[in-house]
Design a protein around this ligand. Sequence first.
Ligand SMILES: C[S@@+](CC[C@H](N)C(=O)[O-])C[C@H]1O[C@@H](n2cnc3c(N)ncnc32)[C@H](O)[C@@H]1O
Length: 187
Amino acid sequence: MQETVLDLLLSHIEWDGNGRALDIGCGSGALTIQLAKKYCKAQVIGIDYWDKHWDYSQKQCEDNARAEGVIERVTFQQASASKLPFDDETFDLVVSNPTFHEVSDSKNKLDVVKEALRVVKKGGSFAFQDLFLIKQYYGTPEQLTEAVGAMGMQNVHFSDTKNSVRLPMTLRPPFMLGTMGLLSGTK
Ligand SMILES: C[S@@+](CC[C@H](N)C(=O)[O-])C[C@H]1O[C@@H](n2cnc3c(N)ncnc32)[C@H](O)[C@@H]1O
């Protein structure tokens, strides 16, 4: 299931692969590495908090990137999605796969989205997957796309993940997939 959801996010990326990309909450580095493999000229950074709730680590990410032959163009660093250690408009592409809802040092999840968008360059792109259908976090999809538009983003598109991926019913956990959505656009 993880691979299908990841492929969906990759398919929503509008980018020519020139420049730098950021993966927020990279976990074991799967999406970071896929980006480096798909865009063979890109420099890709993966950040994660790597706390004890998940069995992921920076070393695991680096080992995975080495095994996949992309370690020269990939960097991993510990940081929180709530306060990214990058200047405004640093990245040509910013992505994130179900992480924002977990950011415990930010009560308002829209603030985490805003922080991610802060580091997108003018003319750059973003594609985020999260539990965007949880209204307490993000409001309705219409309110979410409007809020992101009000943050200065363009071509903002929302899609419901469970209606976009082909999975057998037995592999459709109601919590994760049932509330997951994909938000993409440009700055
Ligand atoms: C559901 S996992 C997703 C991992 C990866 N993106 C993937 O698709 O496999 C959520 C990730 O968010 C990370 N995370 C939680 N809080 C974070 C924070 N404040 N800043 C950065 N990453 C965080 C966790 O460590 C975990 O790796």
